[in-house]
Ligand binder design. Sequence first.
Ligand code: GLY
Length: 555
Amino acid sequence: MTKTILSLLFITTISMAQTGLVTQKAMVVSAREEASKIGSDIMLHGGNAFDAMVATELALAVAYPYAGNLGGGGFMVYRKANGKTGSLDYREKAPLAATKNMYLDENGNVIPGKSTESAFAVGIPGTIAGMFEVHKKFGSLPIAILLKPVIALAEKGVVVTENQWKQINDHKAAIVRLSGDQTLFAKDYKVGDIIKYPALAETLKRISKNGRDEFYKGETAKKLVAYLQQKGGIITLKDLSKYQAIWRKPITFKYRNLQIVSMAPPSSGGICLAQILKMIEPFEVAKLGHNSPKYIQLLTEAERRSYADRNFYLGDPDFVKIPQTQLLDPEYLKQRMSDFTFEKATKSADIAKGKITFSESNETTHYSIVDSKGNAVAATTTLNGAFGSKLYCDELGFFLNNEMDDFSSKPGTTNSYGLVGAEANAIAPQKRMLSSMTPTIVEKNGKLLMVLGTPGGSTIITSVLQTILNVTEFNMTMQNAVDAPRFHHQWLPDDISFEPKRFPEETTETLIQKGYKINEKNWPIIGKVDAILVLPEGRREAGADHRGDDKACGF
Ligand code: GLY
């Protein structure tokens, strides 16, 4: 096919306005229909968005074990119908016995796999604490009612989709290596098979009956610690019993006529999103044209500068002092862009500051919820890697995270995602590892406009950014905004990643001429955004990412 035909095809694809599911009152958009349906039904039967959150999050642990979890953690940003906003940090923590150099050998080199595929890689899980914290503050239905359909789903089982079949097969060898050949995911599943989760159902029943303490002090805690210790891990009962989810003040800022609310550290999401949007605000973004070379340049240069700051300054605010006010200062951000020109690429080496490693994986999951009153929840939850550490505790029925890999294992080396981090994100007992998760809520004229977020490791921030701009600068529907091709820059490596085969060759050629390096290979998926747009007359429009099995349910 000639270049012109390809370009025409490309333009036709993105110019067809296509809406996602539109509902009158309430909606859940998540990685699996089963989870969205459970959350939506909770609201249909009188629950609010926070009740739906508890049910959806735990249903994802059943229907989407790739990232949905009991053995991981996450972040949630909310906006109540009365306009009050806030956020919850239920991120994992380093165990008490963790040490700064725990992943290094005697020569100071990173031991391959120790922070990714071993019991040593597991951070203290925060998900159950998070769900009970949300329920205590905002829940309106009893926990047992919220968990009932989740338990039923685990007992009935979930169909293996083509995407899930691929996920299991891509990681089966590692799962078997870590969890043994008798583990649930060692079997040869086919597309259309049903996987039942009886052990997980039993764990959820005990949690439903005994509450939060079941996971952190009870039978489940004891079984979990015994399992991890037998696998060589360092998490103790004391670690579990000390875990607390924390309500944090979100990052709130203005971009043109929008008010944006996003996650504060230990996630870098909110600060980076604010920095990038503030850096591009002085430009006539819409006039540059969607995904035009100039638009890509502008976002790339702002992203480059923001990620350089992120990797140097950000970490757990309970352990390190983050210069948040300075990082978000309009003068500082203006200065940061003062050497930007549309004529040629800036070199990341000229922006660089610290050189210390941290790592992130892209196997996370996000869901968005709006209820009939207008309460909104954006929640992103993760095991870090695909199926986390690949340790599946068959007795309890869930995977354990490998979130410890999100810390800087060793200053000065790059990780598998090429990210470079700093001392601010060094390992310490009880510390939370830096994240990119960016659950975000957008308001316009004092009213709820959008709820969104995505998995994608370091690409999370730039996917959320582009989705907001797609709607607010380029007037796309929510579904088109989610579906539109995405690109990503993260300071180092110094290249722009493009979704393969989704950008015209003229665009990448123009950028190459200006000195940009192009990468169309490394990221099969840049984000998998699940979002809700509140339409002018109050109806809700879903954007469920076609890149996965993601689906919206509502009424
Ligand atoms: N583990 C991915 C993140 O927290 O950003």
